[in-house]
Every structure is written in C-alpha cells, then in structure tokens.
Design a protein around this ligand. Structure first.
Ligand SMILES: Nc1ncnc2c1ncn2[C@@H]1O[C@H](COP(=O)(O)OP(=O)(O)O)[C@@H](O)[C@H]1O
Ligand SMILES: [Mg+2]
Length: 337
C-alpha cells in the first residue's frame, strides 16, 4: 500500500507544427519556407499518485489534461522529463503499459460497433489473457454495479450513451488494471445514469483498489469521487491538494441576505456593524447583506445574532460553491484568490 503508482517528474510536452499563412500567397510561401510554431501543452508538471487514490485532474479547455493523460497512457512521449506508471515509462513500453492501465473516453467508444456486447468481452478476455475464473468473477461484479444484463446481448451500435459508458467502463476494467484513466466519463449523461456511473467507479476503487485519474467538467463528479484534485492551467500545475483544503482556503465564504421588516435607523445600522468586525455588513434600504467566513461563524450563529437585533421577514443563504472557487482560480491563479 501507499506506493506511488504514478510519478511525473518535470514533464513537458511541446507540439511543433508548420505555420500556415492564409490565401494563395500564403500557400506559395509555405512551399518554400517551413516556419514552425512551438506550442507548450504541458509545462514542467510533477506529481505522484499513490495506489488506490482517486484524483480529479481539472483545468479549462486546452489546459493540457488530455495531453498529460496521453503521456501516462503511452500514446505521447514527453519532450522533457519522465513519467512513470507502475514502474515503467509508458511510451517506451506500450505493450506492458497496456496491461497496467484502462482508459475510458466519454466522447468515443473503444468497443467494436457491430459486435454484441457479450462477445466484445469474450474477445477482450482473450486479448488480455484473463483466466476463466477471473473473467467470471469480474463479469459478475460488473453485471451488478453497472447493471449490464439489460443490454448485454445487444450490439454496441444500438446502445444509448449511458449504456455505452457503462459497457466501456467494464471493457476498460476487464483485465483489472492498476490505473484507470477516465476522460469526461459522465459527459452528456442524465443525472440518474451519472449517479450510477459514479457509484460503480467508487465500487471498483473499493473492491480492486484501482487508482483512478479523472478529468471532468462536471465538478459533481469530483465532489462525489475525489478527495484530491490537481488543477492545471495553460500547461502548468496551479493546485495540488485535497478538495477539503481547497474549500477551506478559498471557499469558506458565505453570504446571507436578510429582508428586514422596516428600513433601520442609523443607530440600528451602527449596532449591527458592532456585532462583529469579522462580518462584512451592507445595508440597502430593507436589505441587509452579511458576508462572513465559515471558519469564524456558523450560518446559524449569524442568523441568530442578526435576528436577536432586528425583525426579519425573509432570509436567503448563498454559499460559495466549488464551481465558483475553481472559476476564480482559473481566472486569477491561486495567488489572487
Ligand atoms: N497534436 C497536437 N498538435 C498540436 N497542438 C496540440 C495537439 N494536441 C493538443 N494540442 C494543444 O495543446 C494544448 C493542450 O491540449 P489538451 O491537452 O487537449 O487540453 P485539455 O484536454 O485540457 O482540453 C491545447 O492548446 C491544444 O490545442
Ligand atoms: Mg481534453
């Protein structure tokens, strides 16, 4: 236990492409000069992940998430730095690596379009040399957590998106890989299917101690599944820590709006301001807004203090959501939050 399954050390990935100029002149120019452009997709990223961890790898579009995952799955070679997955460099030994990892892309299937699903699994069993006993045991488990039986005899092309995702997950896990990469696994799914997929991922992690790296736009996935998150922006790692710490450091703020029965007098306003210098208080006509950090007060305490002093007709509570925190981090970087 507690062994690092994944270790990235100063990993950098550059993409070099030929510059294109617009129009006919540009095309002619392109024939004679080959100017190139270098795009740094992943910029000096290091992290390690222990066996059995479930980590959310998040960042806005183009941040470098998929590129990182492609290096960890052996599809791309880093320009600099090293990436170790289960002790090997994936891009140097793709065959061995394939046995150690499972990959699911939300937007495209790895399954054979025309085969009945049941046969797909039989073929994969042979490819990955899974024993009869293991096959039986795992398929039984997937039947249960992914509820495959409703469509196991259907061909892949007839499956709904949600069914296909469940089928893809089972396919990626049939050889019991140490590491599972999930790239947007719940994209486009309705809430019921999302929930089932999340439960299944949790179940698989518990049963097989599978290490899971998850990229997603759906922060609900992260909240439900990952204790730890790594945030990248423009190829750089900008946060690596627990979700709880992220929320504590950046997300403690809470805002409560009180609708008062009448417009308070100047004295009254002064006395509200005197309740605590740790609350940000603003009064506008009959509306009183109180801003505070949940490390200082609970919501109940604040409501209690205000209502002891003023007659209130309505209360609205607005807590900072994970989405807001992440949005702020993307926009301003960790320092500025
Ligand atoms: N094969 C490629 N050739 C050139 N540029 C690429 C290639 N793949 C990705 N990029 C660029 O690298 C950056 C990171 O892309 P990607 O890893 O796909 O981001 P994400 O998955 O976080 O949305 C983007 O600017 C993207 O345009
Ligand atoms: Mg991507």
């Amino acid at each position: 236990m507690n062994q690092n399954v994944i270790e990235l050390t100063n990993v950098r990935k550059e993409f070099v492409s030929t510059k294109h100029y617009p129009g006919f002149k540009g095309a002619v120019k392109g024939l004679f000069t080959k100017e190139t452009e270098t795009k740094v997709a992943v910029d000096d990223i290091s992290f390690s992940i222990e066996e059995g961890e479930m980590v959310g790898y998040i960042g806005s579009n183009g941040a470098g998430k998929s590129t990182t995952i492609k290096m960890m799955s052996g599809i791309l070679t880093p320009t600099q730095g090293t990436c170790l997955v289960n002790g090997i460099e994936p891009y140097k030994n793709r065959k061995v690596n394939a046995k150690n990892i499972g990959v699911v892309f939300g937007q495209r299937t790895q399954l054979w379009w025309d085969l009945p699903l049941s046969e797909t699994y039989t073929v994969l069993k042979e490819i990955y040399e899974v024993s009869d006993e293991d096959f039986k045991e795992r398929m039984n488990f997937f039947y249960e957590v992914l509820e495959l039986e409703e469509f196991i005899h259907n061909s892949v092309r007839t499956l709904s998106l949600g069914q296909r995702m469940r089928a893809d997950l089972a396919a990626a896990l049939l050889h019991n890989p140490k590491v599972l990469y999930l790239d947007e696994p719940t994209i486009g799914l309705d809430i019921v299917v999302k929930d089932r997929i999340r439960q299944a991922i949790r179940g698989i992690n518990e049963k097989y101690n599978t290490t899971v790296i998850l990229t997603t736009h759906d922060l609900g996935d992260i909240e439900e599944l990952c204790k730890r998150i790594i945030i990248i922006d423009a190829g750089k790692k900008i946060y690596d820590g627990t979700l709880l710490d992220l929320k504590r450091s950046y997300g403690g703020s809470c805002n409560i709006h009180f609708e008062m029965k009448e417009i308070p007098s100047a004295e009254k306003i002064q006395s509200i301001h005197n309740i605590s210098d740790k609350m940000g208080i603003a009064v506008k006509k009959k509306t009183l807004s109180v801003n505070f950090n949940k490390n200082d007060f609970t919501v109940a305490q604040v409501i209690g203090k205000i209502m002891a002093d003023i007659e209130v007709t309505d209360v609205q509570i607005k807590e900072t959501e994970l989405t807001d925190i992440v949005k702020r981090i993307y926009q301003n970087g960790v320092e500025a939050v």
